[in-house]
Design a binder for this molecule. Structure first.
Ligand SMILES: Nc1ncnc2c1ncn2[C@@H]1O[C@H](COP(=O)(O)OP(=O)(O)OP(=O)(O)O)[C@@H](O)[C@H]1O
Length: 254
């Protein structure tokens, strides 16, 4: 598989003077096209910071991030923003949808900028995504009129509008009950099956067990990596994957 993102010796600190804390301490990592990678680790170990560094959402203090052959820190701000908008999709714990817009408009809004002339094409595309993610009937509802899981599906539709090569998820199931979380993970797994690279930060072994590779972080470094076989069918397969993740977490004291 081709390399999609390469992080080399990434260093990132927050604060200044004696308050200064090195949150990423020379992290090197490679994400290949089509992979499904989860990042786990204790709270504060640098998981989100690593994801923001790899996606160019946040600047880094040392090392480099190469995304599809381009070094992110060398790109002008506008080019970086364009790259994020056209090649990447983001899904957060709480989807940042606007309260006074219905789901359909929320999904379309960020893409309007690139496609002002083809609003009907965007509506068509958003409707197809809403159908695929099981929220076709909810297009007219406002954000307060749907469940957390439905809202997250809308967030995923919005992230998919630009046909991203990679979806970054920061605890996308963190605010959901277990059945809604399961459904969202099934959706992300299906998106990955279709070829989109997925990189997730999660605390949840059941979520991470869906991926093909798990990176474990501690104190700003990747301290372990677990490769999982391609998912098989049935609860038994899932159980053994979850067990493997939990065993590694226990071994690492996470
Ligand atoms: N913008 C910021 N300013 C100052 N400190 C920050 C900032 N963002 C993160 N940090 C600090 O960097 C450290 C790593 O944060 P990060 O969010 O990457 O951890 P995490 O592993 O994702 O944690 P969690 O699981 O709790 O979300 C934490 O100590 C956090 O307080």
């Amino acid at each position: 598989m081709k390399t999609m993102i390469r992080g080399e010796q990434i260093v990132k600190s927050f604060g200044a003077g004696i308050e200064k804390a090195r949150v990423l301490d020379g992290v090197s990592v490679e994400i290949r096209e089509g992979e499904f990678v989860s990042v786990m680790g204790p709270s504060g170990s640098g998981k989100s910071t690593l994801m923001y560094a790899l996606s160019g959402m946040d600047s880094i203090d040392g090392g480099q991030v190469i995304f599809e052959g381009k070094e992110l820190s060398a790109l002008p701000e506008q080019e970086l923003a364009d790259l994020r908008r056209t090649r990447m999709g983001f899904v957060f714990q709480q989807p940042t949808l606007l309260k006074n817009l219905n789901l359909l408009d929320n999904i379309i809004l960020p893409s309007m900028r690139d496609n002002r002339k083809n609003a009907s094409g965007l509506v068509e595309k958003a409707r197809a995504l809403m159908k695929k993610t099981g929220i076709a009937e909810l297009e007219k509802r406002e954000t307060a009129q749907v469940s957390g899981g439905q809202l997250q599906r809308a967030g995923i539709c919005r992230a998919l509008m630009g046909n991203p090569q990679v979806i970054f998820g920061d605890e996308p199931t963190g605010a959901l009950n277990s059945s809604a979380a399961e459904e969202i993970m099934e959706l992300l797994a299906a998106i990955n099956e279709e070829g989109t690279t997925v990189v997730l930060v999660t605390h949840d072994a059941k979520v991470a067990a869906r991926s093909g590779r798990i990176l474990f972080m501690r104190d700003g470094a990747i301290v372990s990596e677990l490769l999982l076989p391609r998912p098989g069918n049935g609860a038994k397969d899932m159980d053994s994957r979850v067990k493997a993740v939990l065993a590694r977490m226990q071994e690492l004291g996470i």
